[in-house]
Design a protein around this ligand. Structure first.
Ligand code: ARG
Ligand code: ASP
Length: 716
């Protein structure tokens, strides 16, 4: 070994050691044999890579589906029975709920196939084959081409790959870029659009602990729901129809009741949505300390005001609940992400990595050496635009009056000659009226005043429109007074909206121009579209282009390291082990929770911690049947699998390829795994399959569904 190699190897060791539980990574199934099988076996896996993904025989991949637009599900019977999370089935369950038959509240179990509920806009997608199409995708493409020309050429190439792909009439093709556009893979897929709801526990169980427990360990949520895939008589995809029959899968997951213990091998196989693991340190620093805090700060304000009003009034609670839940989910995650990045020194670790990377470049092309400095420069330029971008995105989604302005802007842009004019106008009018509802307008006024104050203090001053400053000054530097003025706009009343929508298009333009509220928000819009967005885009485009090169350079600099591509909602295998977590000094998270913990949290009648009587009754009787373990009923467990949004509903699989749980969340402390996985704190959360089956069988009285599953309890 020459001296340069020794230095590089030493640096490599420095950067890539640390605790390794073989946990980081969301791996492409196609390469498990080459890249991962040895390590997976060393962690205890008994099956082979070929058992997980094969095109020549049935394998685990044949039992895993992309569920709807952004979750995962798994087939658990020869009759197409499917498990996913309760929060993944939530909208479907809610859509079937009525006051008289509130299946969201009470739970639901179809007693036979005719009771299974059809869902017109739900589909699931299987992956039948994955192919590396990089060569054809990049044919005739060079780095020297201008970005537009390059993108155009790639688009043409992909279209021709799609056109020439050998697929059956009932299959579809998707091609996605990997490793920051350095590689392209084609997915041959089968999409089934007759997916019926078979059952779910009551929401009190399926969402137990709701927002307070979301992202939190110890967890006690029975986050599952059950569906069935239907196909035509030839087992092919078909639109929902009474003629369809249950889908016969090439593989379904056998279920193990043997449970888990610390250090057991686990595999999560599903569709992770988005990660960004290869960014330079400066990007992590900006996310943790500048961009997340702005987004979190703005949501703090809205969530607090909404929450207080929801607690005080049931009608308001209902009106805001969806909005609250979805805003709170990311809000909580971003806080955990910033905390984790700082706590694990992620920025300094990345800087060390960058030093090691740079050290490998001795004697290499100057262009490579310039990559990181150029990325740093671009990120520095991006930051003020990024903050202004985030702040405006939050403002315009959290404040109804801002939303109203945008709805009215759309109305203003309409063309009376357009054939859809009347129907779109009606739709916009309805949307506008909703946004000024007397029930919510005073809440929104408070949200506006506090958000404006935050906005004024936190966005770079060059992006503060003159009009915003003027309004503030004219109202004695008091945002409540500004709110009072703006919300007295006639457009904040039903009559004002009715009037506006009865005007001719020409008069609408004038009315909006003259309106005090609309022109306030439009001054922010104007600055955004003229000064923020164009520059933001320019920076982002060059960051993306540099990242493509930097990604390639990283892979070349460390040929010993197996790289995994960032998540992009394609099928991935994440493997790890059941493992507790040292949360703080003196606090160790044990990796398994039990029904006793569910009962400990129980508060009768509470909105987050109420429980169905049957659960309490069976707990009292300790009636756990074959699902219990040493007199206790396991509920949730954690492991080191690298997962993200989209992995919800993914099968948690043991060393033998059996289903032991459903993935549904991560530990708050480790949500930075989207940017920088660290095995010391990153954990995924799964609901134990024994809790799922107990809830179906003993609580739900749907034991007959278990008869079609293959359940083993061999080692007990
Ligand atoms: N945090 C999980 C995810 O990101 C679960 C969200 C649904 N549950 C809830 N209580 N909000 O999707
Ligand atoms: N709860 C997420 C999901 O719905 C999973 C996660 O972010 O860990 O996909």
């Amino acid at each position: 070994m020459n001296i340069k190699k020794i230095i590089v190897t030493a640096l490599f060791a420095l950067v890539f050691t640390g605790v390794s539980w073989g946990a980081e990574g969301m791996w492409i199934p196609l390469f498990l044999k080459k890249l991962n099988e040895t390590e997976m076996k060393s962690l205890g896996m008994k099956i082979s890579a070929e058992d997980i993904y094969s095109v020549n025989k049935s394998s685990l991949k044949d039992a895993v589906v992309l569920f709807g637009g952004g979750c995962t599900g798994e087939v658990v019977s020869p009759n197409g029975l499917l498990f996913t999370n309760h929060h993944c089935g939530y909208s479907v369950i809610a859509a079937h709920s009525t006051i008289e038959d509130n299946i969201l509240q009470n739970g639901f179990w179809a007693k036979n196939r005719s009771e299974e509920k059809i869902n017109p806009s739900l589909s699931v997608t299987f992956i039948k084959r994955i192919e590396d199409v990089t060569k054809d995708a990049l044919k005739g493409v060079t780095d020297k081409m201008p970005i537009n020309e390059r993108n155009k050429k790639i688009k043409e190439n992909l279209a021709s790959i799609k056109k020439n792909a050998k697929v059956e009439a009932w299959q579809n093709v998707e091609i996605k870029p990997f490793f920051k556009d350095n590689q392209y893979f084609m997915f041959v897929r089968e999409t089934y659009s007759d997916v019926r709801l078979v059952g779910c526990p009551p929401v009190s169980v399926g969402k137990y602990g709701s927002e307070t427990d979301n992202w939190v360990w110890p967890r006690h949520t029975g986050d599952f729901s059950v569906f069935r895939i239907y196909a035509d008589k030839n087992n092919r995809p078909a639109a929902p129809s009474a003629d369809n029959v249950p889908y016969r899968p090439d593989h379904f997951f056998p279920i193990s009741l043997n449970g888990v213990k610390e250090n057991d091998f686990t595999l999560v196989f599903g569709f992770p949505g988005t990660t960004n693991e290869y960014l330079p340190a400066i990007a992590l620093e900006q996310t943790a300390n500048h961009r997340n805090p702005v987004k979190v700060g703005m949501r703090d304000i809205a969530l607090k005001i909404w929450g207080e009003n929801m607690n005080a009034n049931d009608t308001i609670k209902l009106l805001y609940s969806n909005r609250y839940v979805s805003a709170a989910n990311a809000w909580k995650k971003w806080q955990g992400e910033s905390l984790g990045l700082n706590k694990t020194n992620a920025v300094n670790k990345k800087k060390e990595y960058e030093k090691a990377f740079t050290a490998t470049l001795t004697g290499k092309k100057e262009a490579l050496k310039e990559l990181l400095p150029k990325l740093y420069t671009q990120y520095k330029t991006l930051l003020p635009y990024g903050i202004a971008y985030d702040a405006m995105a939050e403002f315009s989604s959290l404040c109804d009056a801002y939303k109203l302005t945008n709805v009215l802007n759309n109305y203003e842009r309409m063309d009376e000659k357009d054939s859809l004019y009347a129907s779109v106008k009606e739709f916009l009018k309805k949307s506008a009226l909703k946004l000024i509802s007397a029930k919510t307008v005073n809440i929104d006024k408070k949200v506006f005043a506090s958000l404006s104050d935050f906005y004024y203090k936190n966005i770079p001053s060059e992006f503060l429109p003159q009009q915003v400053k003027q309004n503030y000054q004219n109202n004695g530097n008091n945002w409540n007074a500004v709110a009072q003025t703006l919300y007295s706009s006639p457009l904040m009343t039903e009559k004002g909206i009715e009037d506006l929508f009865s005007k001719s298009q020409k008069d609408v333009v004038k009315a909006l121009n003259d309106d005090i509220m609309v022109s306030f928000f439009n001054s922010i819009n104007k600055t955004f579209y003229q000064e923020v967005l164009p520059n933001y885009k320019v920076c982002n485009d060059s960051i993306n282009f540099l990242m493509k090169k930097y990604m390639k350079a990283q892979m070349e600099a460390f040929p010993q390291k197996a790289f995994f591509p960032d998540a992009n909602l394609t099928l991935r295998a994440s493997y790890g082990q059941v493992k507790g977590m040292q949360a703080r000094d003196g606090i160790y998270y044990i990796p398994q929770t039990y029904l006793d913990g569910v009962i400990e949290k129980y508060i009768p009648g509470d909105k987050e911690y109420d429980l169905p009587a049957k659960v309490l009754e069976l707990y009292k009787a300790k009636d756990y049947g074959r699902y219990g373990e040493n007199g206790k009923l396991p509920v949730c467990f954690i492991a080191t699998n690298h997962t993200t949004g989209g992995n919800s509903g993914s099968p948690a699989i043991n060393a033998n390829g059996e289903l032991i749980g459903l993935n549904f969340d991560r530990l708050w402390e480790g949500t930075m795994s989207d940017l920088n996985y660290d095995p010391s704190i990153c954990r995924n959360i799964m609901v134990d399959i024994r809790y799922v089956l107990w809830l179906m069988d003993k609580v739900g009285g749907a034991g007959y569904l278990l008869d079609e599953m293959k359940i083993s309890e061999s080692k007990k």
